[in-house]
Write a protein that binds this ligand. Sequence first.
Ligand code: RIB
Ligand code: CA
Length: 333
Amino acid sequence: MIPGRIPLIIDTDTAQDDCVALLLGLLDDRADLRAITMVAGNVGFDRQVLNANLTLSVADRLGEVPVYLGCRRPLVRDWVSAENVHGDGAGGLEMDTTGLEPSTDHAVDVLIAMAAASPGELTIVCIGPLTNIALATIKDPRFVGNVKALYIMGGSNNARGNITAAAEYNFYVDPDAAKTVFAAGFEIVVVPWAPLTLNDAVFSRDQLAELATINTPLAKFFTRIIDATLAFDESVGIAGSTHPDSLTAAVLLHPELIVAEGRYAVEIETASELTRGYSAMSWGVHGLTPNATVVEAVDAAAFAALITRLLSLETVPSRAISVGRITQHPVPA
Ligand code: RIB
Ligand code: CA
């Protein structure tokens, strides 16, 4: 426990912007990141674990924050990859992982135990499919009451999806888990894909060019890992790289970023294949009881400035990070 800081766990399908969310958890002076829990999502599970260790390394926090392995597939459905969007999720970066064998404790059990050990204190930033969170809820009904809040990246607020017209990826991949979590009674804050992310968390090529001039290992890492997703985003008409995961961590740590939010009744579609994972967000005129706060707008410039400050931090990577045979960062003495 670090007095004055926000104790959190990040549950992630580590690829691209998930890495940026992890950097906020690791390096923001308001964050007390207790653990990283891995869930099946964006890219191959073992690659996600490497991406998390690469991120810990570039932040020079390798070995300081534990990584726990969770569910390797959704509750009911088959895994759906987003490798077409993210490539391997870290721009082909590699690292020696000798000695980094993860704990054998399952992430779901760790989530339950850590929440029980600090009832009402831990916030979980959920930036992947909600499989681990749903399973913890099913396994131990006390989990809901022990968790202070869930900050969930997912869904869209009466707006377009991204993996289908109706659904955003995290809720599409495991709609049954999302349905379970939103019905369980958690304190929930939602950072949706649309309109919020598309309005306030897209970095243009000009902004990215500016970030690329920052001469730090963090900025070089960022520039490398966002490449694949930038190409995909532009191919579907988005004018830059999208940052929903880092925005989710940012609004927890810096709530002053939030310009507008509202109370909504959020329910997830699981029956229809056409609209699987659709997040019905009722804004209070349909007689439904609200179960979540949905962020509607943030200060985009202040969010971009926060990420710029983050990437400007000087770190000495714990281990050399390489692309193929080219070592990007010297091995620290
Ligand atoms: O739909 C956006 C979500 O899925 C984010 O968590 C991002 O990681 C993407 O893969
Ligand atoms: Ca994610």
